[in-house]
Design a protein around this ligand. Sequence first.
Ligand code: SAH
Ligand code: SF4
Ligand code: F3S
Length: 438
Amino acid sequence: MKSKNLYIETFGCQMNVNDSERIVSMLADAGYSPDPVLKKADMILLNTCSVRGGAEERVYNRLENLRVLKKANRRLVIGVGGCVAQHEGELLLEKFPWVDLVFGTHNLHLLPDMVKAAEQGQRRSETSFIDNDQRLELFPAVQESSRVSRFVTIMQGCDNFCSYCIVPFVRGREVSRRSDEIREEVRLLAESGVKEIVLLGQNVNSYGLNTPDQPSFAGLIRQLAEIEGIRRIRFTTSHPKDMSDELIACFSDIPKVCGQIQLPAQSGSNAVLKRMNRGYTRESYLDRIRALKSARPGIVITGDMIVGFPGETEEDFEQTMALIEEVRYADVYSFVYSPRPGTRAAEFPEEITREQKQERLERLLKVVRRITLEINSSFTGTIQSILVEGLGKRPGQVSGRADSGKTVNFIGSPDLIGSFVDVRIVAAYQNSLAGEII
Ligand code: SAH
Ligand code: SF4
Ligand code: F3S
């Protein structure tokens, strides 16, 4: 059978990236192989994100653009999955008559059947939630891999209901995957040559908390660290309120756990944190940061911040700026607050103008950029063990990552891809480091 071309475009977070990988491996059986050329596609799938208004708009613009392709080729199958699909469901079929299938975040396993139906001209939308751990095992793990670093989903959903956030509504309740299944997936990845795993979840720190027969997150990490061939373990995202001492101890006891953590604060002001329903204070957040820094000196910390949350005063914002200086984040993913329909904060009165939000964001970014460069520069002259992941930006270069997660480019043979190389850092830039093999 001639294989058909699948064009898949992924928006949003690593969850979606991982889901897209699963979709690709799942649809291989239905005769589809991925092809990055849109015009050649027999099927186009958009795996979508609705975390902010802008993310959703990008999806709608893309969908508008696809209309002409469908006109030119009636046999083209167009599908929408992910968080916008989960939120909008059948409405998408109504609004976009050229869309054939809509699948929610819990319905990936239905895709092969839905695709078959779509090939025969049927239009379907499936967005029901399945709130048990079976859905996590319903689709196969990605087994083939040419890459050295892979994501491994360990949980889905979120129960935190931060007042601004749509994720709990589009990903459903928090469910931890069984640890034996995770171990098996990681073992298979290690056998196929993977050296690094990145454990994924909206709030990995609370892994296992709802499931008494499963280990805690720290317990899971300890189990995975025993798997031969896996040399590095990272995870994302952590929630400060669930950052246990047991987990922090992993940074001092387990060399395979990389010296890097993303620990979003979202705001430095207690008043704002309370309205955000984050479940911690500025003080308890800083206490966790101190514990992390003493468990793993030099640990590279990144975070997320929301600017212009309803009611954020100039003083509140100053507290965020002071927190950034105190923590010294290696990077901060910062976002202007965007009200999401259905969330609690969407009902809070908004007094801050668009210009004020933008002005605060720019002030924040300026400070973040300065600290990032200072931290990057502090690596100059050090020797770092780099896991080479691919070709570098310039000809003759390869690129990989240090334990800290920093990207390092250096002159080297492509044969090095997949191995660890000791490199001296010779220059630091805003987004990467340059090195020389020693
Ligand atoms: N589960 C992760 C990530 C959630 S979404 C966590 O809790 O950290 C990624 C980031 O998007 C969040 O950390 C937050 O900074 C931002 N975000 C979420 N909802 C938002 C909104 N309504 N407006 C602006 N930024 C938002
Ligand atoms: Fe959203 Fe909060 Fe859950 Fe993160 S922890 S996904 S910000 S509700
Ligand atoms: Fe976006 Fe959904 Fe991830 S809303 S950030 S793709 S969980």
